[in-house]
Write a protein that binds this ligand. Structure first.
Ligand SMILES: Nc1ncnc2c1ncn2[C@@H]1O[C@H](COP(=O)(O)OP(=O)(O)O)[C@@H](O)[C@H]1O
Ligand SMILES: [Mg+2]
Length: 229
C-alpha cells in the first residue's frame, strides 16, 4: 500500500504541494487529474524520491521511505517524457534493472506478450513509434519488480487510433502487476478505462472524488475560481 501523508513541497519560495494526502491499495490504479502546473509531476517525483518534501511522509507497505533515495524505494517511475537508453535494444532497455541486481528474468516473456513487443525485442528506441516507446517504458518499470508504480501521462504522445488498443493493454498489465499505481492523465476516456479511483490536484491540495465526471466538474469550478483558490 502507498500512503502520501500531508506532503508539502516548494520550488524555492513557490509552494506547489500544500498538504497532499492520498492512499492507494495494492492493485488499485488511482488517476490524478489537475490543470497544467498544478503539481502532478512534482507529486510523482516526491513519491519516487527524486524530490524531498518540505513536510509530510511517503509510506510504502507500512515503511516510511521519506528519507530513502530513489534506488532504495522500489518504485517504478515512468516520467512524462520517458527516455529509453538509445544504444540498447528493446530487450536491453526492459531488462536494464538486472545490472543493478533487480528484476525478474521470468517476467520478460509475460510483459513482452501482454504489451505486444515480440517483434520489437531487437530494435532500438529510435526505430519505434511513440506508442511502442511507451510500451517499453512501462515494461521496463514493471520488470524491476516495483512495490509502487507511477505513470506520468504515459500515453500523451500516442495517436488516438493506437491509444484505444494500448489503454486496454495497459489496464491488463496493471491488473496483473497488482501494485498501487498513480496514473496521471488529462483524458477522461483513458481515465475511465484504466482507473479504479480518482483524485483532483488543485491549488496544491488533493481531493478524492468518486467519478471521472466529478473530477471534470471540480476542474471546471477550480478554473473559474483561479488556481490558487
Ligand atoms: N524544476 C523546477 N523548478 C522550478 N519550478 C518548477 C520546476 N518544475 C516544475 N516547476 C513549477 O511547479 C509547478 C508544478 O509543475 P508540475 O509538477 O510539472 O505540474 P503538472 O505536472 O501538474 O503540469 C509549475 O508551476 C511549474 O512551472
Ligand atoms: Mg506534468
Amino acid at each position: 500500500m502507498l500512503k502520501v501523508e500531508n506532503v508539502h513541497f516548494s520550488y524555492g519560495d513557490r509552494p506547489v504541494l500544500r498538504g497532499v494526502s492520498l492512499s492507494v491499495e495494492p492493485g488499485e490504479v488511482r488517476v490524478i487529474f489537475g490543470p497544467n502546473g498544478s503539481g502532478k509531476s512534482t507529486l510523482l517525483r516526491v513519491v519516487a524520491g527524486i524530490l524531498r518534501p518540505d513536510r509530510g511522509r511517503i509510506v510504502i507497505d507500512g515503511e516510511d521511505v521519506t528519507d530513502r533515495p530513489p534506488e532504495d524505494r522500489r518504485v517504478g517511475y515512468v516520467p512524462q517524457r520517458p527516455t529509453l537508453f538509445p544504444h540498447l535494444t528493446v530487450r536491453g532497455n526492459i531488462t536494464y534493472s538486472l545490472r543493478n541486481g533487480r528484476g525478474d528474468p521470468d517476467r520478460l516473456d509475460e510483459l513482452v506478450k501482454l504489451l505486444g513487443l515480440e517483434e520489437h525485442l531487437d530494435r532500438r528506441p529510435d526505430e519505434l513509434s511513440g506508442g511502442y516507446q511507451s510500451r517499453v517504458a512501462l515494461a521496463r518499470a514493471l520488470f524491476s519488480d516495483p512495490r509502487v508504480l507511477l505513470l506520468d501521462e504515459p500515453l500523451s504522445d500516442v495517436d488516438p487510433a493506437a491509444k484505444r488498443d494500448l489503454v486496454r493493454r495497459f489496464r491488463e498489465v496493471l491488473d496483473r502487476a497488482g501494485v498501487p499505481t498513480l496514473y496521471v492523465t488529462h483524458d477522461p476516456w483513458e481515465a475511465e478505462c484504466v482507473g479504479d479511483s480518482y483524485t483532483v490536484l488543485l491549488g496544491g491540495r488533493a481531493v478524492d472524488v468518486d467519478t471521472v465526471d466529478e473530477a471534470i466538474e471540480r476542474l471546471k469550478r477550480g478554473a473559474g475560481l483561479g488556481e490558487g483558490a
